[in-house]
Design a binder for this molecule. Structure first.
Ligand code: SAH
Length: 272
């Protein structure tokens, strides 16, 4: 007959959580501590940053967007500065806020879109090159055609002396009014009207920028552009479709340069 193997102590002795030598009496379990000591909890709380909703209002998200624009070849510090400040996600529907810092255009209602950040940055950069040419650190008196949700107007308000922004659709005009309440409204004059006519009462403009593209640049814009001023607008090129067009006004006329292809919503006449 084989001798019986000695009995081994159980791997996890019964005394909950306390290792006990075989045969030793089990010690009582340490009391549960569902709450932490007040002072250590307070210390940790002080180390944590305040909750920021979806995290989208953190500067870091916008700074990453700016870094991507820099890598894409945009090189205009004043534009980076304002794009790092203005919370794009507050200008789009809450459901789209998660995409607000991606380089994409987003619907803003009534069949319109907010332009993608890289295109906004590029157009502002082109406008700034005009301002540099007239040795100004800002865009001066600005006319924007196509307010949409008001995001670009909020950027322009920080880059120019004054911004006049025209929108033809009542729904978006009202939406921009409410979006812009917090954003230097005093520097932005929102106009519900047909931007193809410009806005003669406050002309001339040092900078004109359009967020909708037509077959041609309306004469009203050319006439309302100040001498030394610059206009940037998407316009139908000869064979390549819509392109960014830059027009500079000189004392003896206008010069015009075509840049890269773009795809903007159409410039329409009339007000609804
Ligand atoms: N810059 C805007 C982009 C808006 S999209 C933003 O940041 O959201 C272009 C806008 O141009 C649309 O709202 C459209 O209604 C408007 N638009 C088109 N034709 C216009 C016109 N003739 N006058 C004024 N706005 C016009």
């Amino acid at each position: 007959m084989k001798p019986r193997a000695p009995r081994r102590p159980p791997a996890f002795p019964a005394g909950a959580g306390t290792a006990s030598a075989p045969g030793a009496a089990a010690r009582p379990a340490a009391p549960l501590r569902p709450q932490r000591l007040l002072d250590s909890a307070a210390r940790d709380a002080a180390r944590l940053t305040a909750p920021t909703g979806l995290g989208l209002d953190s500067d870091a998200v916008r700074l990453r967007m700016v870094e991507r624009l820099r890598l894409e070849g945009i090189a205009c510090e004043p534009v980076f500065e304002v794009m790092a400040q203005v919370p794009r996600h507050l200008f789009v529907d809450t459901a789209l806020a998660g995409q607000a810092y991606e380089d994409t255009s987003l619907p803003i209602g009534l069949g319109q879109t907010i332009s993608k950040p890289s295109v906004v940055a590029r157009m502002l950069e082109l406008l700034f090159q005009g301002a540099n040419a007239r040795r100004q650190q800002h865009l001066g008196q600005v006319l924007e055609i196509g307010t949409g949700c008001g995001y670009q107007a909020a950027l322009l308000a920080r880059l120019g002396r004054r911004v006049v922004s025209v929108e033809r659709l009542t729904g978006l005009f009202e939406r921009a009014q409410s979006n812009l309440t917090a954003w230097r409204q005093d520097r932005v004059r929102l106009v519900h009207g047909d931007g193809m006519l410009g806005h003669p009462p406050l002309a001339p403009y040092d900078s004109i920028i359009a967020a909708a593209g037509g077959a041609e640049i309306p004469n009203a814009w050319l006439e309302q552009l100040a001498i030394g001023g610059r206009l940037v607008a998407p316009t139908q090129g000869s064979s390549v479709g819509q392109v960014l067009v830059v027009v500079d006004r000189h004392s003896d006329g206008w010069s015009r340069i075509h840049h890269e292809s773009v795809h903007f919503v159409p410039l329409k006449s009339g007000v609804t």
